[in-house]
Every structure is written in structure tokens, then in C-alpha cells.
Design a protein around this ligand. Sequence first.
Ligand code: XIL
Length: 375
Amino acid sequence: MRGWARRGALTVCAAWLAGTLVSGQAPALKQLVPNGMLIGAALGQRQWDGTDAAAAAIVPVQFSSVSPENALKWGPVHPEAARYNFEPADRYVAYAEAHGLAAIGHVLVWHQQTPAWVFAGEGGGRASREVLLARMREHIQAVVGRYRGRIRGWDVVNEAVDEDGSLRKTPWLEIIGEDYIAKAFEFARAADPKAELYYNDYNLWKPAKLAGALRIVRGLKNGGMRIDAVGEQGHWLIGEPSAAEIDATIAGIAAAGLKTVITELDVDVLPRDEGMYGADLSQQRAYQASTNVYPDGLPQEQQERLARRYADIFRVFLKHRGHVSRVTLWGVTDLYSWLNNFPVRGRVNYPLLWDRQGRPKPAFQAVVEVLKGVR
Ligand code: XIL
């Protein structure tokens, strides 16, 4: 290449790169996803109050939907029987509305991040079925009712299925019985008849677990209840599940007549103990420096591997366009990802599309190229 031509090309390239890096926002995922597919990110207080300046710049430009990482879970929103704490969730919904983002509700009934009082009997011991059902109804009416018409869809029940496909032995199941799931859907439907309602879980790529989730779906439908989609959390590892397994999961949900929402996508690049997939919050491990393998940055070949992994995953979503109505990333930049603390506290992880400084990663570029059909 002649000197001037090379300089010209370099200038154009440098300008493009600087533009991309500075804005961190071109091109926009929300403009590239197929019609009918929302693209979202989970947010915490730092993101919606602007403390996380990188996220504040990225979210309104890139995304069309948001989810609250913690603010609408039972513990944060309803810490004591007679006390709700709606302020953070109010701010979350106001942020979504100010930026024209579809706000999602997460989560109504779960065995994690639920205060002990919920399951406690008034005179000691465990609550009765009637008392727990009454608490569930009151909670759902209060929370879903407060945001009626403003929250697009709710994760009604989270993680009710065990790895073998049976119902997970949670206090909800033990105290109320199997119909606790139907009751939660019934109460949510009554509180906001127009909101979409989802069943949400991780590891649905495991056939036994997907079968368990689909049994729940069939039970609801047979009982005359509407369920709008199955949420596959999508807390995946760099090597597992395979694209074919993800493909089969979405196909299986579609065959049951439902849409899939990918509710909590991220890709863990750090080592995990054998057989430890998914997102079981009870599987917290102690810090070991030997597993914090990239404390100073992700090596280039790992960046590329992560980019290929994201490309493969989004290719599957695109293949099932029409069946995947939303893809939500569980965070914005790597800096605040929950995977810095799960399943091992205090590691440096790289699971998302923007780095710690808020710059788009090769994985972001790879997703863009897949969405543009050039990769
Ligand atoms: C996680 C949050 O990201 C953390 O901030 C919190 O400490 C624990 O929960 N499955 C879910 C999410 O449905 O609610 C979890 O979010 C991740 C696993």
C-alpha cells in the first residue's frame, strides 16, 4: 500500500475505533435484533442512578428492555411482613419509562432472597398452607398491582424444578403443596391481567430439567391458565452447554407452544468445580487464588474464544427468531457482574459484552456481526 493510502486508511480506522470506544455505543444492538425481539440488560441501583457512568451511557442507546437485578425480589421489596420498600423499584421503573425501555419484573416466588418471616408460623414453627398462601397473594397483589400496566412481564416463579426434573423441595412446595405454582400465576394474572407471565429457571438445556419445566407449563395450561413464555436464565459457561443443546432447549419450548425469553444471559470464563453448571445460589465456594486465573485482564485468545461463544449463542437465537421474544444480559459491564462473586467470591470475571471501562469487547463486535448477518 502506498504511504498516503495507508495513512488514510489508518486515520479512518482510528477515527472509527475512537468513536466506538468513546461512545461505547455504535452500532446499537436494539436496532439490529429482529423485529419482535427485545434486547435487555439487568440493572441495579448504580446503573439507574447514574453512578455507573459507563452503563448510563450504554443502556439507553443499546437496549430496549431492562430487568431489576435485585430490587423486586421479595427480600429487598418486602423485608418485613408489614413493610414494603418500593423506593428502589419505583426508581427502576421510572428509569425504564424515561428511556422508553420495556421494564421486566423479577421475581415473585422463589426460595432464594426470601426473608425467613415469610415461611414462619405466627406462634413459632412453620406457617400453615393457608397463612403462606395468604402471604403470597397479598405480596403479589401489592407488588404486581403497584406497577400494573407499567411492567411488561413478570418472572412469576423462579427455579421450581430440580436437576432431575422433579419439583424442588422448597418451603413453598413443602408448605403449600404442588399447586403453589398455579396459585402464584393465578394471583399475578389477577393483579395485572395484561402483563406477560413467565416461568423462569436455569439449566433447561438438561433434558430432564426441561421436561420438568414443561410439565409445569402443561399443568398451568390444563388448569386454564395463561403462561406467556418460559425463561431460560442462560447463565452459561464458556464451553457448556453446546449450541446444539441451546438450540434443542428453545425448540422444545416452542414445541410446547410457548415463546422463550433468555432472561439472564452471561458466559462464565473462569474455572468451576466439576459438574457445577447453572446458577444455584446455595453453591457458594470459598475464594481460592488458583481459580482466579485472569486477575489482570483476559488474554487475547480468551477474548476471541468468548467472542466466538457469543456469536454461536446469538446465531441460535436468530435461527429461532419468532420464538425468542427477548434476550436479556445479566448486567452491563464486567465490572459489576454478579459472576465476580459467584460461585466464588472475589474473582475477576469477564462474562458480558462491555469491559470494566465500559468499552465494547470483541464479544460485542461478534454479536453485532451475527445480527448483521456477516458472521
Ligand atoms: C443474583 C444477583 O445478580 C446478585 O446480585 C444477588 O446477590 C444474587 O442473585 N438467578 C436469578 C437471579 O434468578 O435473580 C440471580 O441474581 C442469579 C441467578
